[in-house]
Design a protein around this ligand. Structure first.
Ligand code: ZN
Length: 61
């Protein structure tokens, strides 16, 4: 008898589609660039999102 496991559960792959922004609810899906945090469009990129939040803060004057 050989009880070696024959089925190994593969790690869950990220659902991000290469080239599409993988953040947002629902998923943004816009053309994106690959950042350290994953695929992000101009709006959702780390720098773009910071600018977005800064603009919102400025609007509330
Ligand atoms: Zn996006």
């Amino acid at each position: 008898m050989n009880d070696k496991p024959t089925s190994i559960t593969p790690p869950p792959y990220p659902k991000n589609t290469p080239g599409e922004c993988g953040t947002g609810r629902p998923i943004c899906g816009k053309p994106a660039r690959l950042y350290a945090v994953g695929w992000r469009c101009d709006l959702h990129s780390p720098a773009g999102w910071a600018a977005h939040l800064a603009a919102q803060a400025t609007d509330q004057q």
